[in-house]
Design a protein around this ligand. Structure first.
Ligand SMILES: Cc1ncc(COP(=O)(O)O)c(C=O)c1O
Length: 415
């Protein structure tokens, strides 16, 4: 569902959309829940819950194996979800869509399989604003192979210093990994430009799309990346399911990740041959219901419309920034020119955890901490931050309640 960026989105009927998300209709600590922790995990619409429930009630069996009707049905539904993901990312073929447990497993799959052909002196380039899951697998790979990890710096605005990052990409670079959107700052990174530079040097490219896929249309062919990773639970789908998109010609050259059932063609003690793509990378019984739930989430996002969602969230971010600016002692982390979905800040003299606790007492759920992006916190000289992150069901009223609860925190902790 790659909506044209030129499409003019109509406003979302948020009141009606909220009815699709039963979890939102509850009191937390005596106040209506304002769920502003969507960058950590989004909530699921009924369409996703129903799809998984229906599957378990009517169709469950193991996939790809049985000759019986239920197994055929389960396989059809699982493979239909793969086709939905293919369309969502505009991948050329379902052979390029590998189901994983999430973004983390997707990146580890690439780091592990690629590792078998890296050697000392090879280089991997990432940016300073990556989530730990796009740092640590590469550090582990470097430890195993003697390759070197290079880090492209970010600016005070919280944007990648593109010139400095591109200067790190050389003929020694084997892979460039970069987040499409920063989970700590909301920055939308110029991934197409970075990918193009990497390709000029013959390096592979991996985009961590965990924070992007629910907010911006993704077209892996237009981006030109070799890998794109995402998590179902960040786009209103289930936990325990994610996707690794891999360019077919690159996947063909990689060895298997895990060994076991489903990833083989034949097994004997004389030797084993492997299955075709994408099954070669899906050993064992997969997360069938979760894949079906992810497919339902993608259909749901398609019905609501990503451009309309993006416009709605942009308005919420603008409103939040305008109101938060007046809060005494507020310090924003970064000020990216291209940003989606979130604001990240500290209040002088109050630990982010204390802020988060006061907000929770008012029913406002935010994330407080390092957001699994400790290098970003180090860059800004803070132990952590408060992050309010928005989704299609959030309202201006919830942003106002965030601000009121923060005003209370300021009064409570004022010296
Ligand atoms: C940018 C980014 N990358 C990777 C991840 C890891 O995702 P998961 O825990 O679903 O594997 C996250 C999760 O917060 C993220 O925000």
């Amino acid at each position: 569902m790659n909506a044209s960026p030129r499409a003019i989105p109509g406003p979302l009927d948020v009141g009606r959309l909220r009815q699709d998300f039963p979890i939102l209709d509850q009191q937390v600590n005596g106040a209506p829940l304002a769920y502003l922790d969507n960058a950590a995990s989004t909530q699921r619409p009924l369409a996703v819950l129903d799809a998984m429930d229906h599957y378990y009630r009517h169709d469950h069996a193991n996939v790809h194996r049985g000759v019986h009707t239920l197994s055929h049905r389960a396989t059809d539904r699982y493979e239909h979800a793969r086709e939905l993901v293919r369309g969502f990312l505009n991948a050329a073929s379902i052979r390029e869509v590998i189901f994983t447990r999430g973004t983390t497993e997707a990146i580890n799959l690439v780091a592990y399989t690629l590792g078998q052909r890296l050697k000392a002196g090879d280089e991997i380039v990432v940016s300073e604003l990556e989530h730990h899951s796009n740092i640590v697998p590469w550090q582990m790979l470097c430890e195993r192979t003697g390759a070197v990890l290079r880090v492209g710096p970010i600016t005070d605005r919280g944007e990648i210093d593109v010139e400095a990052m591109l200067a790190l990409i050389t003929p020694a670079t084997r892979l460039v990994g970069v987040a499409h959107v920063s989970n700590a700052l909301g920055t939308v990174n110029p991934v197409a430009e970075i990918i193009a530079a990497a390709r000029r040097h013959g390096a592979l490219t991996l985009v961590d799309g965990a924070q992007a896929a629910a907010h911006v249309p993704v077209d892996v062919r237009a981006l030109g990346c070799d890998f794109y990773a995402l998590s179902g639970h960040k786009l209103h789908g289930p936990t325990g399911i994610g996707v690794l998109y891999g360019r077919e010609s690159v996947l063909e050259t990689l060895p298997p990740f895990q060994g076991g059932g489903d990833m083989i063609a034949t097994v004997s003690f004389r030797g084993t041959t492997y299955n075709e793509l994408p099954y070669r990378f899906e050993a064992g019984t997969p997360a069938i219901a979760e894949a079906i739930g992810l497919g339902a989430a993608i259909e749901y996002l398609g019905r609501v419309g990503l451009p309309a969602i993006a416009a709605h969230e942009e308005a919420l971010v603008d409103h939040a920034l305008a109101r938060l600016r007046d809060l005494p002692g507020i310090r924003f982390l970064g000020n990216p020119r291209q940003r989606v979905g979130l604001v990240s800040f500290n209040i002088d003299g109050i630990h982010p955890h204390d802020v988060g606790t006061v907000l929770d007492q008012r029913g406002v759920a935010v994330r407080a901490g390092h957001h699994c992006a400790m290098p970003v916190m180090e860059r800004f000289g803070v132990p952590g931050s408060v992050r309010a992150s928005f989704a299609l069901y959030n309202t201006r009223d919830e942003v106002d309640r965030l601000v009121e609860a923060l005003q209370l925190a300021v009064r409570m902790f004022a010296p």
